[in-house]
Design a protein around this ligand. Structure first.
Ligand SMILES: *Cc1c(COP(=O)(O)O)cnc(C)c1O
Length: 431
């Protein structure tokens, strides 16, 4: 399999080169040169999640230097499950928060880490991975690369704009992980990272890379849990499984659409966003205009210009049918809060604010008479967002063991002025 840029002005490359580069040299995003059509029978033996991931990803690794490592890579990355829990006749919750940092980003981050460690094995200089985070990405990347040889991670997060538990998680790793709290906003953090990645003089002295959600090393593995869930439902009912997916940068939602495009029995994909509604507007009108993001209670989805949107347009261009698989709904904070409260009162279920956007979509579909099999995608454990959910539910949320283990460690972060000179100095000092 070969990969091209969404902007069509970059050389055709194998998968490993896209992982090394992140962004394509023409500024576009890497996508497969053509999409395989997989026979469903390929998955007939009903293996575990790692097995499904291997079968699904084989064609994407064809002719790549990592091909012979794929089995080990999926075993390292998918060493926890993504259970599809039945809630009623036709309703399921796909729980993606059973990894080390209790959010779905653990899957992509761990897969990328397993690939990068192998690609760097022969390098003499350490690789520095820079991450700007509004909360969940930084912790998932830190956990995935923690103590990996030849790699260090530098995390930048906006001081005072992440939850106390998120801040604790970000600073609790140590060793090869450096955590910097920036006196500024998430946009400041992102700007500093971009500046470093574009600084040729710095790059000559420090090997730099990033780990954001445009990397195929994060996007491709996310197809696996959709495939695993949809194949299980298809095996028992013969029907396609629809998904409602909490969406920000569109990485997770796009993975579901890609799974459908390669012939997995996924049905309709409803993208659930918070008040940042550019995707809902696009889905309703075909008009797209990026905006400044607004702050919401589902903060990991506060995105005004989804970074994977270019890939959505690519998919619709190569496969016009795809346009009919996609819906999008914007959910405001008031509806997020009332959904959390109502479901807790009715059934004792507690959802994180992001998951609640998809639960709201579920409620709308059922009210409108839809009876098709539907999986609500749960992207984080509610204990990560206790300051929002506990007052709504009037009780404490139990902390899952992996998260409790991180919260029991000591945590520290160094302060960083929001200036590029300060970041540059740090990166050169700690080489
Ligand atoms: C990152 C994140 C999202 C949004 O995922 P995208 O791939 O950016 O659309 C949703 N929920 C949680 C909990 C997240 O951390």
């Amino acid at each position: 399999m070969r990969y091209v840029s969404t902007r069509g002005r970059a050389p055709v490359v194998p998968l490993s080169d896209t992982l090394r580069a992140g962004l394509a040299p023409d500024g576009g995003l890497y996508v497969p040169a053509e999409l395989p059509k997989l026979a469903i029978e390929r998955f007939d033996d009903g293996s575990d999640l790692a097995g499904t991931a291997e079968r699904l990803l084989e064609p994407f690794f064809e002719e790549d230097e990592l091909r012979s490592d794929l089995r080990q890579i999926v075993e390292e990355a998918f060493d926890f499950e993504a259970p599809l829990r039945a809630l009623g006749e036709q309703t399921y919750v796909l729980e993606l928060f059973h990894g080390p940092t209790a959010a779905f980003k653990d899957f992509g981050a761990r897969f990328l880490a397993a690939c990068m460690v192998r690609l760097r094995a022969e390098s003499e200089r350490p690789l520095t991975i820079l991450v700007a985070t509004s909360g969940d990405t930084g912790a998932a990347v830190a956990a995935a690369f923690h103590r990996k040889p030849g790699i260090r991670v530098v995390i930048l997060y906006p001081e005072d704009r992440v939850s106390p538990r998120q801040a604790h998680q970000l600073g609790c790793f140590g060793h090869n992980i450096t955590t910097l709290k920036v006196r500024g906003s998430f946009d400041d953090c992102q700007r500093l990272v971009k500046q470093a990645l574009g600084d040729e003089d710095l790059q000559a002295r420090v090997d730099l890379s990033s780990a954001n959600s445009i990397s195929l090393g994060r996007l491709l593995p996310q197809m696996a849990y959709y495939a695993h869930a949809a194949l299980a439902v298809h095996r028992s009912t013969g029907k396609r499984l629809n998904f409602a997916i909490p969406t920000g940068n569109l990485g997770n939602g796009l993975a579901a659409l890609l799974a459908r495009a390669v012939n997995i029995p996924v049905g309709r994909v409803t993208l659930a966003t918070n008040a940042n509604d550019v995707l809902a507007v696009w889905a309703a009108t075909d008009e797209y205009s990026a905006r400044e993001s607004v702050a919401t209670v589902a903060n990991a989805m506060d995105v005004g210009a989804p970074s994977n949107f270019e890939r959505l347009l690519w998919l619709v261009a190569i496969n016009p049918d795809a346009r009919r698989w996609i819906e999008a709904v914007s959910v405001d904070d008031e509806s997020i809060r009332s959904t959390i409260r109502r479901h807790h009162n009715a059934s004792d279920e507690i959802y994180c604010p992001h998951t609640a956007t998809a639960v709201h979509v579920h409620d709308l579909l059922r009210e409108s008479g839809d009876t098709e099999p539907l999986a609500v995608v749960s992207t984080a454990h509610p204990a990560k967002f206790e300051s929002i959910v506990e007052p709504l539910c009037g009780r404490n949320v139990e902390i899952p063991p992996a998260l409790a283990e991180l919260l029991a460690r000591t945590s520290s972060a160094d302060s960083l002025e929001p200036s590029y000179a300060a970041l540059r100095r740090r990166l050169l000092e700690a080489r």
